[in-house]
Design a protein around this ligand. Structure first.
Ligand code: PLP
Length: 407
């Protein structure tokens, strides 16, 4: 018998074996472009972070209290795989009231572990190996990977600052092939702040109908639109209800990132597929978080409005600030990000972000982390206090004085 005492050399996997044992679709996903910055930030003091896309607010007290009540009442078991019935019913009422969208809480609404899980379920339910999915470029860093991890191919369609990062229907039409199965859209948009009008979305929806495409619509920022803009639910456009998977959540609107709860609305056949994966992979979303989310839907409105009002103040400060400093920035109409161009100051976006962090301790995310068309921009999140944004702008001003193409 070979002995296994310490000191014996057990065979270790070779480099080739270590590569082979990771599934190719996982290998196909590049490591997060944002991670490196967060590692640097973690090792520094005095950093003003405009990097992380997360509300600085703590979850409003009544929502936390509902969770405490749930714990006191012993709500510590799994819920139904579908999610808490009361929560599904409350979301259905809200969607109808807000967007005129009717979802049956019994067969079309699923409570998920955040929109993150909803994205994964949607992608895995509809994508076959080799299917192409159109994804705007730049877009949320998890969108294209969700497609690739499901075995599909993400087909980026570039958008540009001059158009306010709107998706050009002609560019979408040119990207459609016989293999195109779906589009994965996310409006209001991370990282650009684009919040297209109903009129702007209509031709994109028409293309989906014409080519019989599904649409995965990540509407997590639906409640965060500003300056008179209003959110259009894609599923509410003609012909879209039966081909759209709508994803929504509480992380951003109700400052509930850590609770891990969201929802997905889909036609019954797609819902059934998503439920199948969810019940085996997740079982149910966290129970206490679902009770908290129920309170968020029932009574969270005034808190959402108050946070939105504060984001709006910060948005104007940041957007005007960047333009004043010579970093051209399209008006962000939704979510809580500004996406200024840094191309004119002589740094590429990665170097800009790295040097700004090292020289002035301000963290922003390089735009290329969100796709090739994001290059030359940086993402700055304004879910940070007004005072910190003011201070960050002062530091950026100082930083720009020493940039290679300082004006
Ligand atoms: N979708 C978008 C567009 C996001 O920006 C984020 C978080 O940054 C998520 C989804 C993740 O949402 P959740 O916390 O509900 O998983």
């Amino acid at each position: 018998m070979p002995s296994l005492s310490t000191g014996d050399r057990l065979p270790r996997p070779s480099r080739a074996q270590r590569t082979e044992r990771i599934a190719s679709r996982v290998q196909a996903v590049p490591a997060s472009g944002i991670r490196r910055f967060f590692d640097i930030i973690a090792s520094m003091d005095q950093v003003i972070s405009l990097g992380v896309g997360e509300p600085d607010f703590v979850t409003p007290w009544p929502i936390r209290e509902a969770a405490i009540r749930a714990i006191e009442q012993g709500q510590t078991h799994y819920t139904s795989n579908f999610g808490l019935r009361e929560l599904r019913e409350a979301i259905a009422v809200e969607l109808e009231r807000r967007y005129g969208l009717e979802y049956d809480p019994e067969s079309e609404l699923l409570i998920t572990t955040g929109v993150s899980e909803g994205l994964d379920l949607a992608a895995r339910t509809v994508i076959n190996p080799g299917d192409e999915v159109i994804v705007p470029d730049p877009s949320y860093a998890a969108h294209a990977p969700a497609v690739v991890l499901a075995g599909g191919t993400a087909v980026p369609v570039a958008t540009a600052a001059v158009d306010g990062f709107a998706l050009d229907p002609a560019a979408v039409a040119a990207a459609i092939t016989p293999r195109t199965k779906a589009m994965l859209l996310g409006y209001p948009a991370n990282p650009t702040g684009a919040a297209p009008s109903r009129e702007a979305l209509a031709p994109i929806a028409q293309l989906a109908v014409k080519h019989n495409l599904l649409v995965i619509s990540d509407e997590i920022y639906d409640r965060l639109v500003y300056g008179g803009a209003s959110h259009t639910a894609l599923a509410g456009l003609p012909g879209m209800r039966e081909r759209t998977i709508t994803l929504g959540g509480f992380s951003k609107s109700h400052a509930m990132t850590g609770w891990r709860v969201g929802w997905a609305g889909a036609p019954p056949d797609i819902f059934a597929g998503m439920l199948k994966i969810h019940q085996y992979a997740m079982m149910s979303a966290p129970t206490v978080a679902q009770w908290a989310a129920l309170e968020a839907v029932r009574a969270g409105e005034e808190h959402v409005a108050a946070m939105r009002e504060e984001y709006d103040r910060r948005r104007l400060l940041m957007w005007r600030g960047f333009n004043r400093l010579g970093l051209p920035c399209a008006e962000p109409r939704g979510a809580f990000y500004a996406f200024p161009s840094v191309a004119g100051c002589g740094y590429d976006d990665e170097t800009f972000a790295e040097q700004l962090l090292l020289q002035e301790q301000v963290a922003v995310v390089p735009g290329s982390a969100f796709g090739a068309a994001g290059a030359g921009h940086v993402r700055a999140c304004y879910a940070t206090s007004y005072d910190e944004i003011e201070e960050a702008l002062e530091r950026i001003e100082r930083f720009l004085r020493n940039a290679p193409l300082a004006k």
